[in-house]
Write a protein that binds this ligand. Structure first.
Ligand SMILES: [Zn+2]
Length: 158
């Protein structure tokens, strides 16, 4: 059965013009719209605007999900843990100071990095037409653009 998108805007077999993925990721990292680089990406700390307030680009298609905290934990962990070990070996400060200090440093690093990484991932998704950012998806956020049969109309049960 041939693939028929539910709300065709562009033929499923057509190719899309390439988007500047690196620039989109850098705009997202700057907490700006990946399309124009001017409008604010977030309406709250980690809440992505449904549309860019500047250019109107739909941003609600983003599916960053668990990736931002995952990458934040990996990055912050790889910075803080070696620092903790180095400071302990070189200076051996009081335990209470280390507990308070490293907790604060870790919290501040995580809270700072989280929106930057989320913005970068939204830029990556937008730049690669992932999920609903692909105009061929008809707004489906679970669209992967790879398996047309997956989105074929259900066959009648007999
Ligand atoms: Zn924009």
């Amino acid at each position: 059965m041939p693939f028929q998108p539910t709300t065709p805007q562009i033929d499923a077999g057509s190719t899309l013009p390439p988007r500047p993925v690196k620039a989109a990721m850098l705009r997202g990292a700057a907490l700006r719209c990946p399309a124009c680089g001017h409008g604010r990406l977030f309406r709250a700390y980690l809440k992505v605007n449904d549309r860019c307030p500047d250019c109107g680009e739909e941003l609600h298609h983003q599916r960053a999900d668990d990736a931002p905290p995952y990458f934040t934990i990996v990055i912050v962990g790889h910075i803080v843990v070696p620092l903790v070990l180095t400071v302990e070996r070189m200076f051996a400060p009081a335990m209470w100071l280390q507990i308070v200090g490293w907790t604060l440093i870790t919290l501040i690093a995580c809270l700072t990095l989280l929106p930057i990484i989320k913005g970068t991932l939204v830029g990556l998704q937008w730049g690669n037409y992932m999920h609903g950012f692909d105009p061929r998806s008809g707004g489906r956020e679970d669209w992967d653009g790879l398996d047309p049969e997956r989105f074929a109309p259900a066959k009648p049960q007999s």
